[in-house]
Ligand binder design. Structure first.
Ligand SMILES: *Cc1c(COP(=O)(O)O)cnc(C)c1O
Length: 462
C-alpha cells in the first residue's frame, strides 16, 4: 500500500489545544519568535522533534509496572541486554540516560588529542563530545547530501574516496574510528546502503580503524534497504538490521528515537576490553553498569520498544506516514529536501522565501510564521542552528531548512493533512513573510534560547 493505515488502535487520548490567530500573535511574540520557547500547551500539532516524543504501546506501559528498582543487577537490565544482543547483535551493552551519555563514554574511551573522526555529516552532540576530547570531526558524506533537490536512494552514504583521502593525509593511526550514522539526521533522515556500509568496513579493517555507528535511527535505515537495495526485498527488517549491525564494532544509541521510549540510550560493542573501560567510566557519569542513568522501569520499556521497533507493519507505516506529508507538499510545489527522509520533511527555506537573505534568518522566520498561521510547531535547521565561527561571524550552512519532524505513533494522516494544508496556505502568501533579527543570543547552542524580532512591523503582513 502506498500509505498504509495506522497499524494500531487508540486506547488513551491526549487532548490538544487549538488557539486563535489573535492568541498566537501574542504567544509567538512572547516566545521571541523561537519555536523552542513556545509552551507546549499552546501548540496544536507538535513537529518540533521526534526525540523522546514517541507514543508508548500498552505493553510498554505495562512494562513500567514491572520495574525492578534494585541498585545492582536489576531484572530489567538483563531484559534490555538480551534485547540489544538479540536485535542488534552486539556482545556488550552499557546503558546510559540518553544518546549523548553513550557519546560521552565512547569519545572518552577512544579519542586522543589530535585525532580525526570521520563521519557522514556532523550531529550536534556527537561532534561536541568528539571535540571535547581533543578530536576533530571530518565530514566524509557524499556531496549530494548537501544538495536539497538532488534525488538519490542512499543520500547518506559515506564518500569512500573522501574517507581514503583522509586516511592518506593524516594516517590511520590518527583515526581511532569512523562514525557511520544510519540514517543521517542532519542530511534530512537520509539512509546509507548495505553496500556502502560493507565497503566502509573493508577499508577500515585494512587500516585497523574501528567502525562505530550512530544507530539512533537504524531501524528506519533498515527499512530503506529493504525497499531500495537489490537483494533485500524478501528479507525482514529484523534480519536486515542485524546484518547492518554486524559490520559495526559498536554503536551509540539514543533510545528516544527508534527504541520508542521517552528517555534512555546505550553504548554497545563487541570488544571485551572496551566494555571493561566503559563500565568503569559509566559509574562516574551515569550510574551502575546495570542501570546507567535509567530507572529499572525505563529499561524494561526500552527492551519492549526495541522488539516493537522491528515489527514490519510499524516501520512501514512510520516511513510512509512521513512520506505522505512530503508527497503532499511536493505535489503542491512546496520546495522540500528530496527524497523525503525517515523522520521528517525538511522545507527548503531559501527557496520558500527567496526575498530573504540568509542574514535575515529565513528558516527561523518560516518556522515562526508556520506557528503563527496554524499553531503547528516546526524547528529551524539553518544559520541559527549552525551558530558562529571562531572569528565571531555567522556560520552559513548550505542547507537552510525548517524541519517538520514526525513523532512515532502519535499523529494520524488527518493531522498530516492539516500540516500540509497550512504550509501550502502560507506558501501562497510567502512574499508577506518578514525576516527576523536577533534581540538575544546566548554564547553556545544558540538555537535553543535565542530571541528574535521581525524586521518589518509584523511577521506576516496583512
Ligand atoms: C538525538 C540524536 C543524538 C543524541 O541523542 P540524545 O538522546 O538526544 O542525547 C545523537 N545522534 C543523532 C543522530 C540524534 O538524532
Amino acid at each position: 500500500m502506498k500509505y498504509p493505515a495506522e497499524p494500531f488502535k487508540i486506547k488513551t487520548v491526549e487532548t490538544i489545544e487549538m488557539t486563535s490567530r489573535e492568541e498566537r500573535e501574542d504567544i509567538v511574540k512572547e516566545a521571541g519568535y523561537n519555536t523552542f520557547l513556545l509552551p507546549s500547551k499552546n501548540v496544536y500539532i507538535d513537529l518540533l522533534t521526534d526525540s523522546g516524543t514517541s507514543a508508548m504501546s500498552d505493553k510498554q506501559w505495562a512494562s513500567l509496572m514491572i520495574g525492578d528498582e534494585a541498585y545492582g543487577g536489576s531484572e530489567n537490565w538483563f531484559k534490555l541486554r538480551d534485547a540489544v544482543q538479540e536485535i542488534y547483535g552486539f556482545d556488550y551493552v552499557v546503558p546510559t540516560h540518553q544518546g549523548r551519555g553513550a557519546e560521552n563514554l565512547l569519545s572518552q574511551i577512544m579519542i586522543e588529542e589530535g585525532d580525526y573522526i570521520p563521519g557522514n555529516m556532523y550531529f550536534t552532540t556527537t561532534k561536541a563530545h568528539q571535540e571535547l576530547n581533543g578530536g576533530k570531526f571530518v565530514d566524509v558524506i557524499i556531496d549530494e547530501a548537501h544538495k536539497p533537490s538532488v534525488e538519490r536512494d542512499f543520500k547518506g552514504n559515506v564518500d569512500l574516496d573522501k574517507y581514503k583521502k583522509l586516511i592518506d593525509e593524516v594516517g590511520a593511526d590518527k583515526i581511532p574510528y569512523i562514525c557511520v550514522a544510519v540514517t543521517v539526521n542532519m542530511a534530512g533522515g537520509q539512509p546509507v546502503s548495505m553496500e556502502n556500509i560493507k565497503k566502509v568496513k573493508e577499508i577500515s579493517e585494512k587500516h585497523g580503524i574501528k567502525v562505530m555507528s550512530d544507530a539512533t535511527r537504524c531501524v528506519e535505515n533498515a527499512y530503506y534497504i529493504k525497499e531500495r537495495e537489490d537483494g533485500y526485498q524478501d528479507k525482514s527488517v529484523r534480519e536486515i538490521l542485524k546484518e547492518m549491525m554486524s559490520y559495526f564494532d559498536g554503536c551509540t544509541m539514543s533510545g528516544k528515537k527508534d527504541c520508542l521510549v521517552n528517555i534512555g540510550g546505550f553504548l554497545a560493542m563487541n570488544d571485551a576490553d572496551m566494555y571493561q573501560e566503559a563500565t568503569s567510566l559509566v559509574v562516574m557519569y551515569e550510574g551502575m553498569p546495570t542501570y546507567g542513568g535509567m530507572a529499572g522501569r525505563d529499561m524494561e520499556a526500552m527492551a519492549t520498544g526495541i522488539y516493537e521497533s522491528v515489527d514490519e507493519h510499524y516501520i512501514e507505516h512510520r516511513i510512509k506516514q512521513v512520506r505522505y506529508l512530503g508527497d503532499k507538499l511536493a505535489e503542491a510545489g512546496i520546495p522540500i529536501i528530496k527524497p523525503v527522509g525517515g523522520h521528517a520533511v525538511f522545507l527548503d527555506a531559501r527557496e520558500f522565501l527567496p526575498h530573504l537573505s540568509q542574514d535575515q534568518l529565513p528558516a527561523q522566520a518560516l518556522a515562526a510564521a508556520i506557528y503563527l498561521d496554524s499553531g503547528v510547531r516546526a524547528m529551524e535547521r539553518g544559520v541559527v542552528s549552525a551558530g558562529r565561527d571562531a572569528d565571531g561571524s555567522h556560520h552559513y550552512p548550505k542547507l537552510e531548512t525548517v524541519r517538520l519532524t514526525i513523532p512515532r505513533r502519535v499523529y494520524t494522516y488527518a493531522h498530516m493533512d492539516v500540516v500540509a494544508n497550512s504550509v501550502i496556505d502560507l506558501y501562497e502568501k510567502r512574499d508577506k513573510i518578514s525576516g527576523l533579527k536577533f534581540v538575544y543570543e546566548p554564547p553556545t547552542l544558540r538555537f535553543f534560547t535565542s530571541k528574535f524580532e521581525p524586521l518589518n512591523d509584523k511577521l506576516i503582513a496583512d
